[in-house]
Ligand binder design. Structure first.
Ligand code: ADP
Ligand code: GLC
Length: 495
């Protein structure tokens, strides 16, 4: 076996402790898969207000975190493990930054104005914790802008600390839209030296862009699908950083996420009306009827039922859905949406539900249980994202035999093969252009296939349910990358 690595894994959200999106799913699953390969992983995250301290183990002694102009701040540390594993999760407890109801924003959706300090604090606290635990990481794996300061800090403020002398850094971009762009005064909190405030490192539009600095300093940068790793080099998907990413493309990789089949499998799912699998699909019809009842829709078994689960954000293509929904509902189909987010969308879709009570239902809110019920009960799953770094729901849908209708972008393009009527192959329906027309005709095509070519639909369903995107594959790819990166870094350090 290869050498076991010490891996520091810091993330702003981790399942099952705190979640707003797929980042939490990844941070809760990948460390376990790496541990199964024999590595020593520790996970570090904030102790948000919603995480009950009394259920955690207290790690004695305070943790001092140097915050430059803010002085040294003192945090508490708590500990738990990722469920079903020995992987330790350390919670950084600091009331002033994390004792709030939201993770990143208040109830009205306004980002907390001190998010820069909050997440630089997390990034540094993880380093200080390594010192406290005498944990010498070989790999420092950071995620999104929240911890993207770590590769910068590794090369600057913490460069000469013994614990990090041998560490290489990997930065995973789960979503390039959010970059951590702040007032430049935060340089004095990061303590990295103003010589790093330049357009090749941290500076953007006369402010600090934390993700940009992380990309510049990380030894390897990854995204969560191969297609997205290519897309972000272009202005269309680069959110202003495409030039910077092109300059670092030699160290950019795409590793597709896995999914947790212990949570997302119709044969063991505790939330659905009747379990089913390939050898007996009868339960799926019951799940459909149960879903229609729960959402107060008429129970029509032969009408295509389309599901949507996701954040109501522009990224997810909700603008396209809003622009087409009335036309679609005249196609004699039913649709159910579950999500929260932009207020206009919550109001708009709730209003459509009032106007088309026998065709359309919308649950504004966050419910893991309803997400499972929709995956199992729907015939088709709609995910027309404008961009999608990986996307998890389309992969869950495949396992439930619920064929995805997606836009050919990012991870959606990498996981879904378009239906080919000539050969009756494929596992879903895809369109390229983000236009109402393309969405409308692709949904119509999928609904027609369900209704009039049940054979083709059933063959695709079987293909979909047999596919596996497990974490073991992804973890092995990360492992390869870790060894490669560590080796390259050590060679470079000798020069
Ligand atoms: P993103 O991270 O961009 O939001 P992903 O597809 O990677 O998109 O992951 C979203 C995750 O959040 C999935 O596990 C999905 O089931 C879950 N999710 C999103 N919105 C809701 C909701 N309203 N209720 C329950 N689960 C949700
Ligand atoms: C982000 C992306 C999503 C991806 C998830 C986990 O939130 O929007 O596409 O699946 O991260 O990597």
């Amino acid at each position: 076996m290869n050498q076991a690595l010490n891996i520091l894994f810091t993330a702003s959200e981790v399942v099952p402790f705190a979640k707003t999106g797929g980042l939490a799913d990844v941070a809760g699953a990948l460390p376990k898969a790496l541990a199964r390969l024999g590595h020593n992983v520790i996970v570090v995250m904030p102790r948000y207000y919603s995480i009950d301290k009394s259920k955690l183990e207290h790690v004695p002694g305070p943790l001092g975190v140097p915050m430059g102009a803010m002085g040294e701040l003192w945090a508490g540390v708590y500990k738990d493990t990722l469920p079903g594993s020995d992987v330790p999760v350390y919670f950084i407890d600091f009331e002033r930054f994390f004792g709030r109801s939201g993770l990143y924003a208040d109830e009205n959706g306004f980002s907390y104005p001190d998010n820069d300090n909050r997440f630089i604090f997390l990034s540094k606290a993880a380093f200080q914790l390594c010192k406290k635990l005498a944990f010498r990481p070989d790999i420092i794996h950071a995620h999104d802008w929240h911890t993207a300061a770590q590769p910068v800090l590794r090369n600057t403020r913490f460069a000469f600390d013994d614990e990090f002398r041998n560490a290489a850094t990997v930065l995973t971009i789960h979503n390039l839209q959010h970059q951590g762009q702040f007032f430049k005064g935060v340089m004095d909190v990061m303590e990295v030296g103003w010589e790093h405030f330049n357009p090749h490192e941290l500076e953007a539009m006369d402010g600090v862009n934390i993700l940009k600095g992380g990309i510049a300093h990380a030894d390897a940068v990854t995204t969560v699908s191969r297609k997205y790793a290519h897309e972000i080099r272009t202005p269309e998907f680069g959110f202003g950083l495409d030039g910077h990413i092109r300059a670092h493309a030699h160290k950019l990789y795409g590793i597709l996420n896995g999914v947790d089949y212990e949570e997302w499998s119709p044969d063991i799912d505790p939330y659905i009306a009747k379990r089913y699998d390939l050898d007996d699909m009868s339960g799926k019809a019951l799940c459909k009827a149960d879903m229609q009842e729960r959402f107060n829709l008429p129970v029509w078994d032969d009408v295509p039922l389309i599901g949507f689960v996701g954040r109501f954000a522009e990224q997810k293509g909700i603008g396209l859905i809003a622009g087409t929904i009335e036309g679609l509902l005249h196609l004699n189909l039913q649709m159910v949406m579950l999500g929260t987010g932009e207020k206009w969308a919550e109001g708009f879709f709730s209003d459509i539900a009032r106007r088309y009570p026998d065709r359309f239902a919308c649950h504004v809110g966050y419910s893991n249980k309803l997400a499972h019920i929709i995956e199992a009960g729907s015939d088709l799953f709609l995910m027309p994202s404008l961009f999608e770094p990986c996307g998890l729901n389309q992969i869950y849908s495949l396992r439930y035999g619920t064929l995805p209708i997606v836009r050919a972008t990012g991870g959606l393009d990498d996981t879904i093969q378009n239906y080919d009527p000539a050969t009756k192959t494929g596992n879903g329906f895809k369109f390229d252009w983000a236009t109402n027309d393309a969405l409308y005709h692709t949904v119509k095509w999928a609904a027609d296939t369900y209704r009039y070519d049940r054979d083709a639909y059933t063959i695709m369903q079987r293909t979909a349910m047999q596919a596996r995107f497990d974490w073991e594959r992804a973890a092995k790819q990360y492992e390869d990358l870790y060894y490669h990166t560590l080796y390259a870094r050590r060679v470079a350090d000798y020069r």
